[in-house]
Design a protein around this ligand. Structure first.
Ligand code: SF4
Ligand code: MG
Length: 284
């Protein structure tokens, strides 16, 4: 079960996305998946390249639109483990409406966001995750917009699996991805994945100093939604680990009446020639 392929990532040396790639590949193997069981759909951005770097099915989509493609894929072929992946700009700016509705719809896919708090591919502008005061070429006096807090946002729209990790903790990152894959519903995993080229504030050292690891917090209970929200707010969202999980929540597809387990391609088409011709005539 080797999920590596021969394509060499063109990320800058030290980019946090390398760890996300390695963690994903390890998580797939640890869960016991084969390359043909996995499909990765990505958006646009440095991180969006990730779908081309894994030995599995890959679809490099349109900016902000990884989620609609990923959800459609899962509904058409429930046998696949579907991963959507992209950056904070992709998921929390242009794709934000999809993110919100995918969370509340709860199709059984895993969404991994590589959050570097900046736009890397376009050479360093503020993203919706940049903090107030963040200076870039496009905001020389510092950003005057407040940052989005994706974990709190996910909790308020009814997420069943909310987790966060950081590129420097490969062990936790791998485990969190494994748990996200195993969760029967939509899993949101936000990864602090430093952009070493354009974000000189939120660096590996900065995260080391500022992140609270929930795995080390005694009596932290991820099934307690109120505690999850409180913990996030008290720590300005700077926590890692599984923040919230509702194991009782039913996935979208499991609630559809008559929805079949097997992929569409393997289902019998129960329609006669006459019915088919009539259907076609209607659309002619
Ligand atoms: Fe990574 Fe930033 Fe380089 Fe893009 S620009 S590859 S996000 S380090
Ligand atoms: Mg980004």
């Amino acid at each position: 079960k080797d999920f590596r392929n021969k394509v060499k990532p063109n990320w800058c040396p030290g980019c946090g996305d390398f760890s996300v790639l390695a963690a994903m590949q390890r998580a797939f193997a640890n869960v016991g998946l084969e390359p043909h069981d996995v499909a990765i759909v990505s958006g646009i951005g440095c991180s969006g390249r990730i779908s081309g770097y894994v030995n599995a099915y890959g679809f490099h989509g349109v900016h902000g639109r990884a989620l609609p493609i990923a959800q459609g894929l899962k509904l058409a072929n429930r046998d696949l483990t579907v991963i959507a992946a992209g950056g904070d700009g992709d998921g929390f700016a242009i794709g934000m409406a999809h993110t919100i509705h995918a969370i509340r719809r709860n199709v059984d896919i895993t969404y991994i966001v590589m959050d570097n708090q900046v736009y890397g591919l376009t050479k360093g502008q503020t993203s919706p995750r940049s903090e107030v005061g963040f200076k870039t070429k496009s905001t020389p006096y510092g950003s005057i917009e407040s940052a989005i807090h994706p974990m709190e946002m996910a909790l308020t729209v009814g997420a069943g699996f909310v987790a966060q990790s950081v590129s420097s903790d490969l062990k936790q990152l791998t485990r969190v991805i494994e748990e996200g894959i195993k969760h029967k519903g939509f899993s949101l995993i936000n990864v602090y994945s430093p952009c070493v080229t354009y974000n000189k504030i939120n660096t590996y050292d900065w995260f080391k100093e500022n992140l609270v690891n929930l795995d080390q917090v005694e009596n932290y209970d991820p099934s307690d939604r109120q505690l999850a929200m409180q913990t996030l707010m008290e720590n300005h969202g700077l926590v890692t680990g599984v923040i919230y999980q509702n194991k009782e929540q039913q996935s979208y597809e499991s609630k559809i009446k008559g929805f079949k387990e097997e992929p569409l391609a393997k289902q019998d088409i129960m329609i006669s020639r006459e019915q088919f011709d009539k259907l076609v005539a209607e659309f002619a």
